[in-house]
Write a protein that binds this ligand. Structure first.
Ligand SMILES: [Zn+2]
Length: 333
């Protein structure tokens, strides 16, 4: 739920969030950064984003008029993140909250808070409303990893610009202008990634990762137009852990991926920056008994989060270009 005028929270929401925090305060604060105090005291528009990817959109659109803070640190799993002690202060201080949506942030307390908040805007909900046919569904479940298709994710800029304009009409034109400028850069990035992956032979364009974060990427950049039309592009990607890494992984899940590795003669699999490589090592162990020889790529992909500040994935553009380069180099090699 969202509106264009709310600076505060409803009484019910306040009570709901307090309940969450009382229940979870024993977990301790996981997201405090050195900039939190500055953000809390800033007299700019205080924007809280759930993930670094959403924060990237806010940075580009909001510019100097906003003070930004990210709730979920890059090293943490956004699928299962729960509100913890310290988050209440951030939530109550925020003028606007942006989240990825489509079920990504499904930790029960955070999910409930976002659903009930009058100042929270979902990037994914706006995209699915505008382009429902573009949303990937796995066994009826919506795949939330829309940022892995640059041409889709850039539509989130409109959500951020609309929300900021509603709160700060004086700078509305500037927000839309900044969104348009970033959109141009992202369209160029989309074409660049497609061009990089086009150089990988078709028989090598298979992507195996820890969890199903790359379906949108595979459809956009690894599959052929015929495969997209025929709806068979999904054969180009697989993972043992499913749509969320917090879900249960069975031996059957692993064997299914090993079958894909054998069928398509895949010899490299890709770790993700914020996940352990346990499931990939299990694939290697199981595959050995079938005569499979595969390696784990040395450089991880950025999937559910951008890299830490100062890394080669600390902006969305850098992260996606890094992913394209790592895939191209390893798949071609
Ligand atoms: Zn994920």
């Amino acid at each position: 739920m969202s509106n264009r005028t709310g600076w505060g929270m409803t009484k019910n929401l306040f009570i709901s969030a307090i309940g969450c925090l009382l229940l979870l305060s024993f977990l301790g604060c996981q997201t405090t950064t050195t900039s939190t105090d500055d953000w809390l005291q800033s007299d700019k528009i205080r924007v809280l984003s759930t993930t670094t990817l959403v924060d990237d959109l806010v940075r580009e659109v909001g510019g100097e008029h906003v003070a930004r803070l990210t709730l979920i640190a890059p090293a943490l799993d956004p699928h299962s993140y729960e509100l913890v002690k310290g988050d209440d202060e951030k939530i109550f201080a925020a003028h606007l909250i942006f989240y990825s949506g489509l079920g990504l942030e499904h930790g029960p307390n955070l999910h409930r808070f976002l659903r009930e908040s009058e100042i929270a805007w979902s990037v994914g909900d706006a995209i699915i409303k505008d382009r429902p046919e573009a949303i990937v569904r796995i066994d009826g479940q919506i795949d939330p990893h829309i940022w892995m298709d640059v041409s889709l994710w850039l539509q989130g800029l409109d959500v951020v610009a609309e929300a900021l304009e509603g709160l700060d009409p004086e700078h509305g034109a500037e927000y839309w202008e900044r969104a348009a400028m970033y959109k141009k850069r992202l369209l160029a990035l989309d074409a660049k990634i497609a061009s990089m992956l086009d150089q990988v032979p078709l028989e090598k364009r298979y992507l195996v990762t820890s969890h199903d974060a790359c379906n949108y990427f595979c459809r956009r950049y690894l599959a052929t137009s015929e495969e997209r039309l025929e709806g068979v592009w999904m054969e180009r990607c697989s993972s043992p852990e499913g749509l969320a890494p917090d879900a249960q992984m069975s031996l059957r899940d692993l064997q299914k991926v090993v079958h894909e590795l054998l069928t398509h003669k895949i010899d490299v699999i890709f770790p993700e920056s914020n996940l352990s490589q346990d499931s990939l090592r299990k694939l290697i162990d199981i595959g050995k008994s079938s005569g499979l020889s595969i390696r784990i790529a040395l450089e991880p992909l950025y999937a559910d989060a951008m890299g830490e500040a100062g890394s080669n994935g600390d902006t969305y553009e850098k992260m996606m270009e890094h992913n394209a380069r790592v895939l191209k180099e390893n798949l071609c090699g």
